[in-house]
Design a protein. Sequence first.
Length: 220
Amino acid sequence: MMDTSLTDIVNGSLDGRRLLTHPFYARWQAGALLDGELRGYAEQYRHFERYLPEFLAVLAGRLESGPARDAVAANLDDETAPPSHLELFERFADAVGARDAQASPAMAALLDAYATALDEGADVALAGLVAYECQGAAIADTKRTGLVEHYGVGGVGLDFWSVHGTLEDDHATWTLEALEALDASPAAVERGVDLVANAWWDFLSEREDLVAASTVPATS
C-alpha cells in the first residue's frame, strides 16, 4: 500500500505550480490559443517525448532488482510498446502542422532538469518523474477536450492524449510505490518535484512570453 505521506509531500510541493492553472493551459481550455501556438507547442514538446524513454532506461539501469526497478521498467514498456508514445505524439504533431525545430531555451532547461534529477539520485529522479505524472491524466483529458471543441483536431491526432488520459494515473501510482520501496526521504522528494515542476511551469511561461512579444504593437 502506498505511503500517503509521500502523496502529501508531492502535493504540497506542487502548490502554486499545478499546470492546469497556468495561463497557457487556461487559454487552451478556453479556445483562446492563437494561430500557430499549437504548432509551436508540439514542436517543442516533441523534444521531451524523444527524451523520456532515455530517462526511464537510465533510471531503470541505476536501480537494483526489485519493486522500484520493476515500476520504472513497466513505465518504459508502456512508453515504447508499438505504437510508441512518440509515434502517437507525431500523429498529433502532424495534425497541428508541426515542423522540426531546435529546443527552445525553456525546453532545453526542462530536459536539463530531468537530467539533473537523474544525477542527484534515483529517489530525486523518481520524484521528478511523478511531479508531472500525477497531473498527467487530467492535463491529457483537458487537452483532448480542447482540441476537439476548439481547434478542429480529431481522429488519430487525439490518440496521444487519449492514451495518456488512461495511463498516467497508473504511472503516478507506480512511481510513488517505487519511491516508497526506496524509502525516499522527504527532502529528496521535495527536491525532485521542485526541479521538474519549476521547469514545466517555465516552459509554459515561455509559450506565454512568445505570444506577448508577438502581439506588442509596433511603435512609430
